[in-house]
Every structure is written in structure tokens, then in C-alpha cells.
Design a protein around this ligand. Structure first.
Ligand code: HSE
Length: 402
């Protein structure tokens, strides 16, 4: 691949695709040409030469002169079809589709092994932060105990502007969409689902575990109000949507939910569309990585870096995953890796007392009732929080607290 310019086939030309197009044209080192861009909608006007555009994926997937398929589309199943077909054709792939990667992780891992090809996806988590390669390479021998982070730019942007500018939730969500931070379906952002896919991917590289995204709890920020933000400010706290993944004696505690973060926490300072990831290892102790987590150019730059890595034959070694698979043998696919039987301290703002009966409340630490707001702080059985997941009727705001 090194003597001639590498030939790229792009699938999708939305926010990330256009970002990649721009950063690629500013790159002074990478010798790459876009051979074709495959898009879905013929009626959309695009800012590139029409000759580059095709609507037929087969015309590029069958081309022998394509070195790298760059997949950046929104349709999860179609993305999986394209990526798996490219891998079967022994074409290296760069992808930024976190939902597709997390949903189909196991078959994609097996395809890479079977066909000896690379699928790399730095742009799928943490935006511009080089976290996947860091977990994979730098921490390849380190016993990581936990990983926590703000992995969604849209929700961090919404919470930051609500707090600092007193802007309404819907107004700032619309701004996040305009800025190109939000997903086409912003429910993915605000419900915590996007964060969940990202933390599932990071868990593979941090601990070697493949989690089923549908089994991991995600609670979002849809119900956050100025009352909650005011409560946080009075206590010198900030509300952040946090992904947590920790290794315990019994497995892995992995979940996504809002959390009141203390002012001495590194993640407290991570604002607007920035992401922050704190990794803790037995010997390295805590390290925090921050950077722009969403937006066309930051994500495009992560994709560009992956394309560049392929020019020196980079691929993930999946050392931790392979080690765990070997250790557990057949039990790898049947052993429940997720630990859900524990209590967690949460703040729950509610409208009427009946709503609290949904939760397995084990110990109430504080209770507050007034005409404008009611909340309790209590230790609750973690499993009971699953009733709130994906529940559009849910009007409780649940936020983890120390
Ligand atoms: N919608 C995502 C976010 C884009 O806001 O973080 C980057 O993955």
C-alpha cells in the first residue's frame, strides 16, 4: 500500500464523511485518494464532484483496487452488511458506527480472525480522543480495574448550556443537532444508548469482554430539570451522563446513567461537546483523557488516523479478549459477565409517591418534598432500575450520587 496513493471507498457522506473529506484534504502526510463515495439519497445535493458519487454499493465492494472501505452510515444492518462483505473480500475497514460495532461485535471479531483483515474504529468512541488504540496498545499488559467517562458530546453540551446559560433543554438539543453533534435520531444521545454502545466497545479493549448492549442498563437525561441542576449547584456538584465499567470479584459492573460529579473530579471540568475518559489501572493509577467528543472534524480526524494506521498494517491484537476467551473456553459465551446484583446510591426526583414503588429501595438517606419538587436519595437494588430503561412513560429523573 505504500508506493501508490491508497484508494478509499467511502460509505456515507454525512457529518463524519464530510469531516473526513475536509481533514483528508489538509493532510500533508497521508497519500490517499477517495475513489468513490456511496450514498443513499439521490435527491440530496452534495458538495463534491458528482463523478465521485455512486448509489450502488456493489460497484465498489467488488472493486479489487480499493484498499480501505470507510464505513460511516447510519443504518445499522446495512452498515454490518457492507463491513462484513468487505472483510470477507479481505479489504481492510475503518468504521465509525458505534451501534453497529457494539451490536455485531462477536461476528465482526470472528470475520477479522478468519480472513486476516483489519477492522478499526477509533472514531466510534470518544470522538477525537485516541482511546481505543490507547487501551489496546498502551494498556495491553496493564490490569485495568475501571473506566469511567463522558462519552456523548450532545448530552454534555445540553447539560453544560442548561447549567451555565440557563437555556431550555429543547433549545440546546436543537443547537446540538445544528452543530452536527447529535445523532440523526437524537433519542440515541439523550437516552444514553449512544454512550452505551461506546462503553461496550471500550470494555472489549479495556477488559476483553464482549457485552450484549441490550443487557446493559442505560438511563438518560430526558427528564433533567432546572431543579436538578440547581440542587447540583447548591452542593457544588455537576450532572454528567457517565458510562461506568468496573471489574469486580464477580464480573463487570457496566452501566450508563446521569451522575452528580464532585468538583474535584476530573470529569467535572469536561464541558460542552468535550468527552472525558478516566482509566484506572493497578499500577498506572488514574489517568484522564479529554478532547472533543462530537462534531464533523474531530470525528473525521479520528477516522483519518485509522486510515493512516492501516498504511503501516495496523490492526487490533485483541490480546485481552483472546486471553479471556482462552481462560474461559466454551464458558466464554455462556458465563454472565455483567454483575447486576448490587445496591447503588441514587437521587430520584419524582412527581408522585407511587412512582417510587417501581424501585427496590433498600435504605433512604434523605427525603425532600415541596410544592415545586420531590426527591429522595436512597440505596436501591440496581436491577430494579432496569424497569426505567427505554420507558417513554418514565418521568423520574434518576442520578447516581456518592
Ligand atoms: N452523537 C454523538 C455524540 C456523536 O454526541 O457524542 C459522536 O459519536
Amino acid at each position: 500500500m505504500s508506493e501508490k496513493n491508497i484508494q478509499l471507498a467511502l460509505f456515507g457522506f454525512g457529518c463524519v464523511g464530510q469531516g473526513l473529506y475536509d481533514v483528508l484534504h489538509h493532510s500533508e502526510v497521508l497519500q490517499a485518494d477517495i475513489a468513490k463515495i456511496c450514498v443513499k439519497d439521490p435527491s440530496k445535493k452534495r458538495s463534491v464532484d458528482d463523478a465521485l458519487i455512486t448509489f450502488d454499493k456493489n460497484t465498489i465492494l467488488d472493486r479489487k483496487d480499493i484498499d480501505v472501505v470507510v464505513e460511516m452510515i447510519n443504518d445499522t444492518d446495512e452498515a454490518f452488511n457492507i463491513v462484513s462483505r468487505a472483510l470477507k473480500n479481505k479489504t481492510n475497514v475503518v468504521s465509525a458506527s458505534k451501534k453497529m460495532l457494539a451490536t455485531y461485535f462477536e461476528p465482526l471479531f470472528l470475520l477479522q480472525e478468519e480472513h486476516g483483515v483489519a477492522l478499526i474504529y477509533e472514531g466510534s468512541a470518544g470522538g477525537s480522543i485516541p482511546i481505543i488504540r490507547t487501551l489496546e496498545e498502551y494498556y495491553d499488559n496493564e490490569l485495568l480495574s475501571s473506566l469511567r467517562g463522558i462519552l456523548n458530546g450532545t448530552t454534555n453540551y445540553i447539560l453544560s448550556r442548561m447549567e451555565l446559560e440557563h437555556k431550555e433543554y429543547n433549545e440546546v438539543l436543537a443547537d446540538a443537532q445544528r452543530e452536527g453533534f447529535a445523532e440523526i435520531d437524537p433519542w440515541l444521545d439523550v437516552s444514553g444508548a449512544d454512550t452505551l454502545y461506546k462503553v461496550c466497545l471500550l470494555a472489549v479493549h479495556a477488559f476483553g469482554v464482549i457485552l450484549k448492549p441490550e443487557e446493559v442498563l442505560h438511563l438518560g437525561i430526558q427528564q433533567v430539570s432546572f431543579n436538578d441542576i440547581r440542587y447540583a449547584r447548591e452542593k457544588n456538584l455537576r450532572i454528567k451522563l457517565i458510562a461506568s465499567a468496573a471489574k469486580t470479584e464477580n464480573g463487570y459492573r457496566v452501566f450508563v446513567m446521569p451522575r452528580f460529579v464532585r468538583a474535584d473530579d476530573e470529569l467535572y471540568k469536561v464541558m460542552y461537546e468535550y468527552n472525558g475518559i478516566e482509566v484506572e489501572g493497578a499500577f498506572s493509577c488514574k489517568q484522564t483523557f479529554t478532547g472533543k467528543g462530537a462534531g464533523s472534524h474531530p470525528t473525521g480526524s479520528a477516522v483519518l488516523s485509522d486510515i493512516s494506521a492501516l498504511t503501516y498494517q495496523y490492526r487490533y491484537g485483541y490480546k485481552k479478549l483472546k486471553k479471556l476467551k482462552k481462560q474461559l473456553g466454551d464458558a466464554y459465551s455462556t458465563t454472565p459477565l455483567l454483575e447486576t446484583d448490587f445496591a447503588i446510591r441514587v437521587y430520584v426526583r419524582y412527581e408522585n409517591q407511587d412512582q417510587l414503588s417501581l424501585l427496590d429501595i433498600r435504605h433512604v438517606v434523605e427525603e425532600y418534598r415541596s410544592p415545586s419538587m420531590n426527591f429522595i436519595i436512597a440505596d436501591v437494588g440496581f436491577q430494579s432500575l432496569y424497569v426505567l430503561k427505554d420507558n417513554a412513560q418514565n418521568t423520574l429523573f434518576v442520578c447516581a450520587i456518592d
